[in-house]
Every structure is written in structure tokens, then in C-alpha cells.
Design a binder for this molecule. Structure first.
Ligand SMILES: [Zn+2]
Length: 225
């Protein structure tokens, strides 16, 4: 049996050994030492890890030393990193920081609530947008809007959007004044459109998973033989 080494009062980095703590009765284990960290936290460590230089801090301080900003899992951080990548790829100016990104409760363009859904392309997903696209991701030129609003806006200028609204209005009024299609014809067209949309979403879901999931069935095929 190795000789007992008294570590009381010894310092191991930020840790100071206070007293020996015996292993619980019936458990064969190494000697543990109760240590006090520089932060005030008290924690037990095995003697050989202390003497080997493997630990120099309490667990809390170890995690704190390893953490750079603690925001890696925040959605805003992901937005920031993706924006940075886009800026680099497209040669756009970029000088925003995490604190510049604020996610409001509702989309400032559409007024719909902003929330992260299960699917990446959910219309309510918050998405970072450049107010004037050409200026890039710079302070004062970014805001968070819904994915829906962002896809509609895309990189359109206000003049282009106004022109679309004007011409679309004119087209709708023109179509309404023409003799209406029979309701059967209308149903047929709408039904085809809906079917295509469902199939499109279904394909998106499958692609997002990266592999085919056997349990997932197209809504129309659930009752199929
Ligand atoms: Zn500590």
C-alpha cells in the first residue's frame, strides 16, 4: 500500500486542499480531498488527479474558462454566423454583433407572431433581413422579420414591390370583371394547386431529414392500400 501523503494546505492551481475525505464504507476508492477553489466553491477531488496536475479549478470555474461567450446555442448566434457566411460569400459589408440582433414578438412587416417552428422553413420563423440589401449586414441596416415576409421581400426594392402591388391589383380587378369561371372549373384549378403544394412540402420534409423515413406518409397516401 502506498504511503499516505498529507495534502492539507497544499495548493493545486486555484484549489487549496482542506481535509481528507474517506471513501464511503465498503467502497474501494482512492482517497479524496475536499478542496476550496479561489471562487469559494468547495469540491472533492481524488488525490492523484490533484497531484498529477489534472485539475486546477472547481468544475464551475472549468466550465467558465472553457466558455467563450455562452451564446453558441442561442438562435440569434446561429443567425449571426449564417449572416456572416452569406456576407463573405456575396462580398457584403459585415460589422454586426450578437447584441445588434433583437427578435421582436411579431413580424414588423406582416404582424404575424415570430416563433421558431419545427421546420426550418416555417413562415413564422424569425429571419435576419437587410433593410437595404446592398448596404450589407451593418449596424442600423438589419432587423428580424418573419421568414414569410423575407421570402416575399427577398431582395426587392421598394419601387419593385410597389410596382408588383399596383399591377397585381389591376390584374385582380380585371379578372373579377371578366365573366367568372364556373365553380367546377375553379375547384379543379384550386385542387390541383393545393395538391402540388402538398407534394412540394412533402418533398421538402424528406429532404430536410436527409434520408427517407418509412413512418412518414404523404397525407393523401395514409389511407391508400
Ligand atoms: Zn471555482
Amino acid at each position: 500500500m502506498p504511503a499516505f501523503i498529507d495534502l492539507t494546505g497544499y495548493k493545486f492551481g486555484s484549489l487549496t486542499a482542506l481535509k481528507r475525505v474517506p471513501a464511503p464504507i465498503g467502497v474501494r476508492d482512492h482517497t479524496r480531498w475536499l478542496c476550496r477553489c479561489a471562487c469559494g466553491q468547495e469540491q472533492c477531488f481524488r488525490a492523484h488527479t490533484l497531484r498529477g496536475g489534472n485539475v486546477t479549478r472547481c468544475r464551475k470555474c472549468t466550465v467558465a474558462a472553457r466558455t467563450t461567450h455562452g451564446a453558441s446555442y442561442e438562435p440569434r448566434y446561429r443567425m449571426l454566423m449564417q449572416a456572416k457566411a452569406r456576407a463573405k460569400k456575396n462580398g457584403l459589408p459585415f460589422n454586426i454583433k450578437l447584441c445588434d440582433i433583437a427578435i421582436p414578438e411579431v413580424c414588423p412587416l406582416l404582424g404575424i407572431p415570430l416563433a421558431f417552428g419545427n421546420t426550418r422553413l416555417s413562415p413564422n420563423n424569425p429571419s435576419l433581413d437587410r433593410i437595404i440589401p446592398a448596404l450589407g449586414y451593418v449596424k442600423g441596416n438589419i432587423w428580424v422579420i418573419s421568414w414569410r415576409a423575407n421570402t416575399i421581400k427577398n431582395n426587392a426594392s421598394i419601387e419593385e414591390l410597389a410596382r408588383i402591388v399596383r399591377n397585381l391589383k389591376r390584374a385582380i380587378i380585371g379578372a373579377a370583371s371578366r365573366p367568372a369561371a364556373s365553380s367546377e372549373q375553379l375547384q379543379l384549378v384550386l385542387g390541383k394547386h393545393e395538391e402540388r403544394r402538398k407534394q412540394h412540402n412533402w418533398r421538402l420534409d424528406r429532404r430536410r431529414d436527409g434520408k427517407r423515413v418509412n413512418t412518414y406518409l404523404h397525407p393523401e397516401r395514409i389511407n391508400a392500400p
